[in-house]
Write a protein that binds this ligand. Structure first.
Ligand SMILES: O=C(O)CCC(=O)C(=O)O
Length: 301
């Protein structure tokens, strides 16, 4: 693919007509260009090895109280804004996208040095937000998210050349093991799992409700889970999971009365800005795949 005079090679082919071998990741997880920040050398080594890291008490109680009130405001049930995604069966609000633009509190969160400096440390560069969302997993009716690698989607549908992106999932409510807490396959970030099946036109809205395209084959999930095991992120509001863009992850449905809501912020390196989609007919809209690559500035809070 040629983009403004440079060639972008597809090193992670996916959405293929037939099964192929797993691809060993050629890119780093913690990128060179070490920067000072809150993560210790040991933290970064753990992130490199496992593809994820949990930070307890990322934010204090008063900041969390404000964010919880903000999330309740953003989950306004009456809107038909396309950024609000509803549960397939119950119609309850499942996700709200682009919250770093619609909420001044979340705009400040992504620029908070405790957050931003961690993203810069992992990605070894300046960063911007590729995507942000709040996932509300309502009590009784919240549907899970099937196993997937985020990078697979962002590469195929948004044109991210390399897995040089990291997500932070900040718990807004307690994430128990039984109310849909996110599971990860530690170490799976080192393997890219090509997915079978072409990307249909305009499927992204349906996919945000329930992903059917861009999901790995069961035998690949099983192989990675048997090799590496499965871990789960749990913790009270204010805990955060940092996870690599290519780690396999998913969550079960929430049949408990206890809602599970988390803010997800995806930081991408400014040296990994998207080109055209590698395996889709058209770009997704900006509210799921940001096209303003201005680096985040922590002095503009
Ligand atoms: O909120 C969750 O449990 C999973 C979120 C997720 O994997 C996603 O939004 O891609």
């Amino acid at each position: 693919m040629t983009v403004t005079g440079r060639t972008t090679e597809d090193r992670y082919p996916t959405r293929l007509p037939h099964a192929t071998d797993l691809v060993a990741r050629a890119d780093p997880t913690v990128w060179p260009g070490r920067r000072p920040g809150p993560f210790t050398v040991t933290d970064l080594a753990g992130f490199d090895r496992n593809g994820y890291l949990v930070v307890k008490n990322m934010l204090g109680d008063s900041e969390m109280t404000s964010l919880q009130a903000e999330a309740a405001r953003l989950a306004d049930d009456s809107t038909d804004d396309p950024r609000v995604i509803r549960e397939k069966r119950s119609g309850a609000v499942r996700s709200v996208f682009q919250v770093h633009r619609t909420s001044t509190l979340i705009a400040a969160l992504v620029r908070n040095p405790a957050v931003l400096d961690r993203a810069r440390q992992i990605l070894g560069s300046e960063v911007y937000v590729h995507q942000s969302r709040i996932n509300f997993m309502p009590g009784f009716t919240g549907q899970g998210f099937y196993w997937h690698s985020d990078f697979e989607t962002w590469h195929a549908e948004d044109g991210l050349p390399a897995p040089r992106a990291v997500s932070m999932s900040l718990a807004l409510s307690t994430n128990f093991p039984y109310n849909g807490g996110l599971m990860v396959i530690p170490g799976s970030h080192r393997t890219f799992v090509p997915c079978i099946g072409e990307t249909p036109a305009d499927h992204y809205q349906a996919s945000l409700r329930e992903q059917e395209i861009g999901v790995p084959a069961r035998h690949d999930i099983e192989r990675l889970a048997r090799t590496h095991g499965i871990d789960q992120f749990t913790g009270p509001a204010g805990s955060a999971l940092w996870f690599d863009s290519n780690i396999l992850h998913g969550s079960g449905s929430n049949i408990t009365p206890f809602p599970r809501s988390n803010v997800f912020v995806v930081f991408n390196s400014v040296e990994n800005t998207p080109v055209e989609p590698f395996a889709a007919l058209a770009r997704r809209p900006d509210y799921v795949a940001e096209r303003d690559f201005t680096p985040l500035d922590d002095r503009r809070r």
